[in-house]
Design a protein around this ligand. Structure first.
Ligand SMILES: [Zn+2]
Length: 626
């Protein structure tokens, strides 16, 4: 039998009772990255996302907003479409469950379940959470409240239709371990299924919004049955070609519905089962889950107005998929500045500049095979953050290589060829994660993003130097002055002098730790210290304690570094000198001048003396301290 070359991937369909939050952006981005990765591997991919418009809570939210339900869902759905658009999500279709075609498929499946005798009529009395659109038993509740919403469910009694979920217990116990990823989420539902699996109510009496129950218009179909079936109805005429789904990507809050109820519906309606369920964790801010009711939501549309899609995507994809992860705008900025701008952007800019100047000469490429195979394994395990770490480890290798080989001095075209080929390799690997940037890089170095290009050496072409790929994002956080004075109190000798208005809270905190002598060596090793040659010294235009230094680190072009040494040194005493600098700090804006490093100085205990550190013998600028 020929191996199936299609790949069908879905996200959960989102409730449209509110605007999207960053968790929606996270889920769509991981699904999109996987979809793009499979396309790169030559699979014929169908990627479905969309919205759940039939939920009862839309009715309540619309009433609150004072507009019709239709008007309400149309408006909110547009925000979800906008999110997909701005995030560069490559969905093949976007399903809205209020569509007529969806209702027809839902009724078809429910009719099959009725015909099979799996749905029966009875009375239901229970605790219902409108937020979840589900009945709970007492023991599901936490202190009498819904575990998801922290609200008290309402007591309801109504005539109802039931689905014989209990009938599928042994089959479910058999399929869940292979179906659900990660294992911890599979175990969670297995425990619950083993304990007790009751039949479930699948109708809503007298509801005005939703899909009619087949042959009984007094009832609507319970919204979860309706919502889950989107994975089939969304395929429309492509059902034959793509079903069963290869992976459903969902959040941990709806694990039960997808691990237990969905396969049971499919078993009852005699459909093939989806191959896997990827259950992701939540993004949180500090210790708390982000949610509208907690008021700590990051609006992804606002983020996407401020930052390029790839920066948002990258910052999200660096979060662990399985565990709950911290996420904030500060983290986005850090990931942009330290990784995208400093590592990836810098390398592309340096290599393309040198390529333009000196050209390329064919030789044995740098080996990227191990990286490619590791990334492949990690992607198949849905470990996107670790796959990115692997790719960036290779970028680190390239950055070290250029630093060691110094092609700006040697003019070595073979080294440039090796670096250019390496850029091709990691760019293709990065393309599912940051597709726009990958396209840009591919245009700079004239290659195509494909598996074939990944496997063959780069063709020698004329290359033009690139524009800046990632701008450094300035942080507005300023260190508190009292913290700074604390550092000075603790030190009885020299300290790493932080420029007086340095905006680098982190490095400040770090130097504080250094003084207290409590950090592991690896942390210290993160600080890059180099010898720089001071080429020029000018007065800072706006600050009377600051000097603006032009410092050469043999990097091709010199850096601008602001130093708080004006009281202690004359300009001519600094010019031409070599000194020790911290060279891997985020750029800091010091009263209108961007400083790209920091000069080190020793400060006496009474602060009367501040002297910079000169190397004992002459040594080439750019040399590292270690
Ligand atoms: Zn709830």
């Amino acid at each position: 039998m020929a191996k199936k070359n299609t790949f069908y991937i879905t996200t959960a369909i989102d409730y449209v009772n509110a605007k999207p939050h960053v968790g929606h952006a996270f889920e769509k981005t991981i699904a999109d990255t996987l979809a793009r990765y499979k396309r790169l591997q030559g699979k014929k991919v169908f990627f479905l996302t969309g919205v759940d418009e039939n939920a009862q809570k839309n009715v309540q939210a619309a009433e609150k907003a004072g507009i019709s339900v239709k008007e309400f869902v149309d408006k909110n759905t547009s925000f979800f479409l906008e999110l997909c658009n701005k995030l560069n999500i490559s969905q093949n279709d976007f399903i809205r469950t209020s569509a007529k075609e969806h209702a027809e498929v839902v009724q078809r499946l429910v009719t099959k379940m009725i015909d099979k005798g799996d749905i029966y009529r009875g009375d239901y009395e229970g605790l219902y959470c409108v937020g979840c659109e589900t009945y709970y038993t007492e023991k599901d509740l936490v202190n009498g409240k819904c575990p998801e919403h922290n609200t008290e469910p309402e007591l309801r009694k109504e005539a109802a239709y039931f689905f014989k979920l209990s009938k599928y217990k042994s089959k479910l116990l058999e399929i869940i371990p292979d179906y659900v990823t990660p294992e911890s989420r599979a175990n969670e539902v297995l425990t619950r299924v083993k304990e007790e699996l009751n039949d479930i109510c699948v109708s809503r009496k007298g509801a005005t919004w939703g899909i009619d129950f087949p042959n009984d218009p007094d009832f609507k179909i319970w919204v979860w049955i309706d919502a889950l079936i989107n994975y089939i109805s969304g395929l429309k005429e492509k059902e034959q070609e793509y079903w069963p789904a290869d992976v459903h990507v969902i959040g941990k809050g709806i694990n039960w519905f997808h691990s237990v109820i969905w396969p049971a519906i499919l078993l009852s309606a005699e459909y093939e089962l989806p191959k896997s369920l990827l259950v992701h964790g939540y993004l949180k801010n500090g210790d708390r889950k982000m949610s509208k009711s907690l008021g700590n939501v990051i609006d992804p549309l606002e983020l996407l107005d401020k930052y390029p899609a790839d920066v948002v995507r990258y910052s999200l994809l660096k979060c662990s998929v399985f565990e709950d992860s911290d996420y904030s705008e500060e983290l986005l900025i850090k990931r942009n500045n330290e990784e995208l701008a400093n590592k990836l952007g810098n390398l592309v800019s340096r290599v393309s500049t040198l390529d333009e100047r000196y050209g390329l000469e064919k030789t044995t490429p740098l080996d990227s095979k191990t990286t490619v195979s590791k990334v492949n394994d990690l992607m198949n395990n849905y470990e996107f953050d670790r796959a990115l770490n692997e790719i960036f480890a290779f970028i680190d290798v390239c950055n070290e290589y250029i630093q060691n080989k110094k092609p700006w001095e040697s003019e070595d075209k073979k080294v440039l060829y090796q670096l250019t080929n390496a850029i091709k390799d990691f760019t293709i690997l990065l393309s599912p994660f940051i597709p726009e940037t990958a396209e840009k890089i591919a245009r700079i170095f004239n290659f195509e993003i494909s598996l074939k290009t990944l496997e063959s050496p780069i063709k020698i072409t004329k290359i033009k130097k690139s524009e800046i790929l990632f701008k450094k994002i300035e942080t507005t956080q300023k260190p508190k002055m009292e913290e700074k004075s604390k550092i000075k109190e603790k030190s009885n000798n020299s300290i790493i002098e932080i420029n007086e208005k340095g905006s680098m809270q982190e490095s400040l905190a770090k130097s504080k730790e250094i003084i207290e002598g409590k950090i592991p060596y690896e942390d210290f090793a993160k600080i890059e210290l180099r010898i720089g040659k001071i080429l020029e010294v000018t007065d800072h235009p706006k600050a009377d304690k600051l000097l603006v230094l032009t410092v050469d680190f043999a990097e091709g072009s010199p850096r601008t570094i602001v130093a708080g040494l004006k009281k202690q040194y004359k300009k001519e005493d600094l010019k031409g000198k070599k000194a020790v600098f911290v060279t891997n700090l985020e750029p800091a804006n010091l009263r209108g001048v961007e400083s790209n490093g920091m000069i080190l100085a020793a400060v006496s205990a009474d602060e009367s003396q501040v002297v910079f550190i000169e190397p004992e013998k002459d040594i080439k600028e750019g040399s590292k301290l270690r």
